[in-house]
Write a protein that binds this ligand. Structure first.
Ligand SMILES: Nc1ncnc2c1ncn2[C@@H]1O[C@H](COP(=O)(O)OP(=O)(O)O)[C@@H](O)[C@H]1O
Ligand SMILES: [Mg+2]
Length: 317
């Protein structure tokens, strides 16, 4: 990111209603140029509806948005030329090879013929399908198909790539493999990635910034690390030789918010755990207690979601 005030997508109270039902409710997003930006939320939260409006597939009921500086309603054509789209419903054609899919897409988007082959080879390289390029896609694995779909969205050098649940239905290993390619293309292609997901690990690992969406509304947006830090809820798990004594003593410390005891394992809720491990060990020693093990756990995005909504993002890994 060159300039933190440089937003390639901005929405302005963008809203979509289906009859009386509001699927997307006054959403305001600012997506920094060249970031990987995630919209994280459970099924039915409004993710697909939101990005469909940004891709000019759906018209907002009210409010609006700009993508690459163009208005999604008034300048839909320019928006479309600026973006690549990889949506869940887009299927590949079994009777075409990987290369043929990319060629078709290149001609659809009028990629000049003198650069077309070079660009296709570049994309095949990026998604590591060079060797399988001339085989029919029906022979591809799930991960290869998904990579080809992503590659297809890249052929015409879009400024923004929209990915709707890019790893839905893939096994965990293939999912991590797709994460690598998304990170790589973000770094090598001078592109902004706006993706939706209901997998919190995906948002956490992949995204520079995450907007948490629930029931059509953005609850919070920030970097994953800030979202988690703001919870102020690290857990320190301690095993000691004298649990009862330690529990009694540790409760007197200011920085310990809550104490849970479970046999010889004690869980302490603290605000910021990073610097508390050595002092806790010292404190135990001073009170004649020996620490057998001590471990710090930070909250995850699921904890963040629960803290704001009171519910879980279901369907995670
Ligand atoms: N064409 C439609 N007509 C009526 N309701 C819809 C339509 N499309 C989506 N919805 C509803 O809008 C809400 C948001 O849907 P969607 O954007 O697909 O959520 P997500 O992608 O987060 O799972 C859901 O409650 C869904 O049932
Ligand atoms: Mg969806």
């Amino acid at each position: 990111m060159n300039n933190s005030f440089d937003y390639i997508i901005e929405t302005n109270d963008i809203t979509k209603k289906y009859g009386d039902f509001t699927a997307v409710n006054s959403v305001n997003l600012k997506v920094p140029r060249n970031s990987v930006y995630g919209v994280l939320g459970p099924n039915g939260a409004g993710k697909t509806t939101l990005i469909s409006m940004l891709c000019t597939i759906l018209r907002p009921t009210s409010g609006g948005a700009t993508v690459n500086g163009y208005d999604v309603v008034k300048n839909a054509r320019e928006v479309r030329a600026s973006i690549g789209i990889v949506f869940q419903s887009r299927a590949l054609d079994d009777i075409l090879t990987g290369r043929e899919h990319l060629e078709m897409h290149a001609s659809l988007y009028a990629v000049p013929s003198n650069v077309r082959q070079k660009r296709i080879d570049e994309v095949l390289d990026l998604i590591a399908l060079g060797e399988k390029a001339d085989e029919y896609t029906k022979t591809y694995s799930g991960g290869m198909k998904r990579r080809l779909e992503i590659g297809r969205g890249l052929v015409h050098h879009p400024k923004v790539l929209f990915l709707d649940e890019p790893t839905l239905g893939l096994d965990p290993q293939t999912r991590e493999n797709i994460w690598e390619y998304i990170t790589k293309l973000n770094q090598e292609e001078d592109i902004t990635v706006l993706m939706t997901t209901h997998y919190m690990e995906e948002a956490d690992q992949l995204c520079d910034e995450v907007a948490i969406i629930n029931q059509g509304q953005i609850i919070k947006s920030d970097s994953p690390i800030n979202l988690k830090r703001e919870l102020k809820a690290d857990t320190i798990t301690v095993k000691v030789d004298k649990p009862e004594l330690f529990t009694e003593k540790v409760k007197t410390l200011d920085y310990v918010q809550k104490v849970f005891e479970d046999d010889s394992t004690i869980k302490l809720m603290v605000e910021r755990g990073e610097n508390l491990v050595p002092p806790l060990v010292n404190f135990a020693n001073q009170n004649g207690v020996m620490v057998e093990s001590i471990e710090l756990q930070h909250p995850n995005l699921e904890d963040v979601f629960i803290s704001y909504t009171g519910t879980k993002i279901t369907g995670g890994r």
